[in-house]
Design a protein around this ligand. Structure first.
Ligand SMILES: Cc1cc2nc3c(=O)[nH]c(=O)nc-3n(C[C@H](O)[C@H](O)[C@H](O)COP(=O)(O)O)c2cc1C
Length: 177
């Protein structure tokens, strides 16, 4: 099967997963910002990989725009965040990002990286504001991802690991059977 990985990676963690995945699958790789209709039409398997930014998955708009073309394709999404995996938080994220005709698309979660020094001024300011808000919240009321971001704080952390791709490669292998 001919496959393509469309991706959005602001700080590189998602791109690391994209590179590992493209190596093991031989799928083509295109930034979702440069993606065209032909990048769906000409492929059997379409993967969207994106970092999570303020609970948003980038590139979903592109899939939504071409939802009709996707109906006879194998599609999957993976998103990369700083939080450890949490079933409830992941369901909320999916409900928020994958509505209507995108609801059925299988979605996987991978853990990324965190480095405030590398962030743009705006992103760093946003994160500092978030920290201030979270500091006022009662500790036992914090969501899993909120706790994780607070714990990461100013530290440089890289949780990426090729092994986290196993459920995705397993899913892709099953498509070939
Ligand atoms: C402005 C901003 C908002 C973020 N919001 C979230 C979030 O809502 N949930 C989460 O798990 N991680 C969040 N993160 C962490 C990123 O998802 C994480 O750093 C990821 O590795 C980014 O992928 P990238 O390196 O490919 O850009 C946020 C990061 C930034 C800079």
């Amino acid at each position: 099967m001919k496959g393509i990985i469309l991706y959005f990676s602001k700080y590189g963690a998602t791109k690391k997963y994209v590179d590992w995945l493209s190596k093991s699958t031989n799928f083509d790789v295109v930034p979702v910002k440069k993606a065209k209709k032909s990048h769906i039409k000409d492929y059997d398997v379409i993967i969207l990989g994106s970092g999570i930014y303020a609970s948003g998955i980038k590139g979903v708009k592109f899939l939504r725009k071409h939802a009709k073309l996707l109906s006879d394709k194998k599609v999957l999404i993976f998103c990369v965040g700083a939080s450890p995996f949490d079933e409830k938080a992941f369901q909320t994220l999916k409900d928020h990002n994958l509505k209507d005709d995108l609801k059925h698309i299988p979605c996987f979660y991978l853990r990324g990286a965190w480095n405030m020094d590398k962030m743009t001024f705006i992103d760093r300011t946003l994160c500092k504001l978030l920290f201030k808000m979270l500091a006022k919240k009662e500790k036992d009321k914090l969501e899993v991802w909120e706790k994780a971001l607070l714990a990461a704080g100013n530290r440089v952390v890289d949780w990426t690991n090729e092994r986290y791709l196993a459920p995705i490669t397993k899913y892709l292998a099953n498509l070939n059977q």
